[in-house]
Ligand binder design. Structure first.
Ligand code: BGO
Length: 719
């Protein structure tokens, strides 16, 4: 390796720099590589020592600069400033990031920052002798994939791995081996700010010497040096506003600053990489967080624990939600009885009572369940458990051709498909993104929850209801994963990209952050009820009441006169009058536009146990899934005789065309059939073309039909 000064190289020069933490073995490696050929000077303008040396190897003269030992590239110390300036202003051909093998977790912080700088670098995994002695296993191949660079095990002490290191240095400098330059992606809101500022900086030509993404990250980290640099250019005016926005967003969502979030995300990335690639032997001192991880990330226990946690959230949503829901139902009942006498006009009364109160009120009563579900999900997210769940699911996801990273958008889909589809932007591989987008609508979004709560409450005992709901959620995940597998094996073949499953620290979520999320979701729900659902309900009321059948009016008058003039007892007369009203209302409903449309649809959905009224609800549900409940509320209220039950769940329970099997089949259909129009619109925007979205809609409709059919038939057999 070492060679005399007068040994010849054929003039090809490669300049490399060794960068690493103090005591990682950089000096030892430097000495092992360059032997006697060293000189010590200072970095220009500072008193920090600069060690330079060279060696000749396979016809190359390799210049080696031993940079000062540093823990990060954040310029707090002169050593850090020097190293950073050197890497940016005089970028070497190859940066060799020396890592202390037995202490990988601490050392990888600098590696993540080299990744951000996007320099050509490779890793010398030093002290590999000690790693082996201590019985530590490092899955180098996997770690390579996650970091996007080559890793060469070395021992500067025992002079091993040095030839391989030099061979790789030459190949990297000759661009012979692919350098993936993996990016470290931050949480979506930080990533959005990084991308926004990066775009601004890319347009400022004078900053062209810097990597714009790196500058954006540093600005968000309040890096003073970078601030001074960027402030000199006109783009600063816009950048400053974007930084203020980012700060406000971080405070609002996390009660924190972008700088802290970035640091946290880097550590989460490192913890994830370590968890995936490094196995420590027993007897290592573990922290409380390590102990929790040992349980929740356990290969055997991890998945059952996750399922248990989700099941507990559904129990909570249902058990705590039920009395609150009952209270709201009672309230709407009182409102309806109070308003009815004030509206003498029959049509107006019908719009308000059968339309608005039954339809909008029917959706609003589920607000407590929605809020409770979001509180549960926000709690899991903010506590750091959701990332662990994604880590555990990662193994399962690989079997279906996907990565655990796709799991976070899937879980977001439990809230609403729209932000979930947008959250897939963090997936680098286009195929993985498309597949994830296609499976998100199979997750049970918050809008489907009212349908489940209504039907389970109507047809199942309270202790079984939450389990049925849990089963429906699980079915959505299973159908989604199988869809992914089919897509990956047929039209969207590709290997899944390596990703680090970030593991953020565990923490008690703050009351404000969890409740803020819940408040936002509650307000969104109320807004939707007051706008889209209200409009839908009025239209549904109109098409369910018109055109009017004049003949029915005449029949009603003559029959009423006949009953009134008969010699029956008063009670008997009232009973007959009620039956007459019910018959007339049902016939009018069948005569209406909605009734006729439903009748056309009925033959297609009859095998699933649905009649024409459910058919109408499924069509209107395309506007938003809650509208299924509003439609059922409006249609079944119109079809009720006055004095019949007012609560939709009791109306359904007493309706002869509705059974437990119908309820199960309907839940499955609502879970799986075409997503709402807003979600379809976002899918088209993200996918870019209509064809796949339309094909997907046809696929989901078919899956919904087939599975509802199976569930209905099985339920009929069992019940
Ligand atoms: C002492 N393997 C082993 N086992 N040790 C190594 C290796 C390796 O591959 N590489 C380096 N070391 P520096 P920085 C020491 O000095 O090169 C050891 O700061 C000691 N000193 O021998 O200085 C290396 O330049 C007394 O250890 O690192 C050195 O990055 C007892 O790691 C230490 C034991 O190496 C730091 C070790 C008086």
């Amino acid at each position: 390796m070492k060679c005399g000064e007068n040994e010849m190289s054929d003039g090809k020069e490669i300049r490399i720099a060794l960068a690493g933490n103090p005591n990682c073995g950089k000096t030892s490696l430097f000495n092992a590589l360059t032997g006697a050929h060293q000189k010590v000077g200072n970095f220009s303008g500072v008193t920090v020592e600069k060690h330079e040396g060279y060696l000749d190897y396979k016809g190359y003269r390799i210049m080696v600069v031993d940079l000062p030992g540093i823990y990060s590239l954040t310029p707090y110390s002169p050593e850090e400033i020097v190293t950073r300036e050197y890497l940016i202003k005089e970028p070497p051909d190859v940066v060799v990031n020396v890592l202390e093998g037995p202490n990988l977790e601490r050392n990888l912080l600098l590696t993540t920052q080299l990744m951000e700088l996007e320099v050509d670098f490779l890793v010398a995994l030093n002290m590999i002798d000690e790693v082996e002695e201590k019985g530590i296993t490092i899955e180098i191949k996997q770690l390579q994939k996650l970091l996007g660079c080559h890793i060469i095990p070395t021992s500067a002490k025992k002079n091993t791995g040095l030839d391989s290191l030099l061979d790789h240095i030459i190949r990297v400098s000759r661009k012979e081996i692919e350098i993936r330059k993996n990016k470290l992606f931050f949480r979506p809101e930080v990533e959005a700010s990084v991308e926004k500022i990066t775009a601004m900086l890319t347009h400022q030509a004078e900053l062209g010497g810097y990597n714009a993404r790196w500058l954006a990250i540093k600005l968000l980290e309040s890096d003073r040096e970078v601030y001074h640099e960027v402030q000199r250019y006109p783009v600063w005016v816009k950048v400053e506003l974007a930084l203020q926005d980012a700060l406000r967003e971080a405070e609002r969502l996390h009660d924190s600053e972008p700088e802290m979030l970035i640091t946290e995300d880097r550590h989460a990335f490192i913890r994830g990489a370590i968890q995936e690639c490094v196995r420590q032997p027993g007897g290592v001192k573990a922290t409380a967080s390590d102990y929790i991880d040992m349980v929740v990330l356990n290969r055997v226990l991890g998945l059952p624990i996750f399922l248990l946690v989700v099941w507990a959230i559904f129990q909570l949503t249902f058990t705590l939600g039920s009395p609150l829901m009952g209270g709201l139902q009672f309230l709407f009942g009182i409102i309806a009885s109070a308003i009815a006498p004030l509206l003498p006009n029959e049509t107006l009364r019908s719009i308000v009572i059968d339309g608005i109160i039954a339809g909008v009120g029917g959706v609003l009563v589920f607000l407590p369940n929605i809020v409770l579900l979001f509180i549960g999900l926000s709690f899991l997210e903010a506590s750091g458990y959701m990332a662990r769940a994604a880590f555990v699911i990662d193994r399962v996801m690989h079997r279906f051709g996907l990565h655990g990273k796709s799991f976070i958008p899937m879980i977001t889909g439990f809230g609403c498909s729209i932000p979930a589809i947008m959250a897939t932007r963090t997936l680098k591989s286009r195929t993985d993104r498309l597949v994830t987008i296609m499976i998100i609508p199979f997750m049970s979004c918050g809008a489907k929850l009212p349908v489940y709560v209504l039907l389970t409450a109507a047809f199942f005992a309270p202790d079984v209801a939450a389990n049925v709901m849990f089963g429906i959620y699980l079915l959505g995940i299973i159908v989604g994963l199988w869809t992914a597998l089919i897509l990956k094996k047929t039209v969207m073949k590709s290997d899944s990209e390596p990703f680090v499953m970030e593991l953020p620290p565990y923490r008690w979520p703050t009351f404000t952050s969890v409740f803020f999320q819940a408040k936002v979701k509650a307000l969104m729900y109320l807004k939707k009820a007051g706008t889209l659902i209200l409009s839908a309900v009025i239209i549904i009321w109109a098409v369910s009441n018109y055109p009017r059948n004049g003949a029915l009016k005449t029949t009603r008058s003559t029959e009423s006169v006949r009953i009134a003039g008969s010699s029956m007892a008063a009670a008997e007369k009232i009973k007959l009058k009620r039956e007459l009203d019910l018959r007339i209302k049902s016939e009018q409903l069948e005569y209406s536009l909605a009734g006729r449309a439903g009748k056309v649809l009925e033959p297609l959905i009859r095998p699933l146990g649905f009649d024409w009224r459910i058919g109408i609800a499924l069509v209107t549900g395309l506007a938003a899934k809650e509208v299924v409940v509003s439609t059922l509320g409006t249609i079944y209220s119109i079809g009720q005789s006055e004095g019949g039950p007012v609560e939709l769940k009791s109306i359904l329970r007493h309706d002869p065309s509705f059974s437990r099997a119908t309820a199960l089949s309907l839940m499955v259909f609502v879970l799986l059939y075409i997503p709402c129009v807003a979600a379809i619109g976002v899918m088209k925007k993200e996918v870019g073309r209509w064809r796949p979205v339309l094909l997907y809609s046809a696929y989901s409709l078919s899956v919904a039909w087939i599975l509802s059919f199976i569930v209905y038939r099985l339920a009929l057999l069992v019940t």
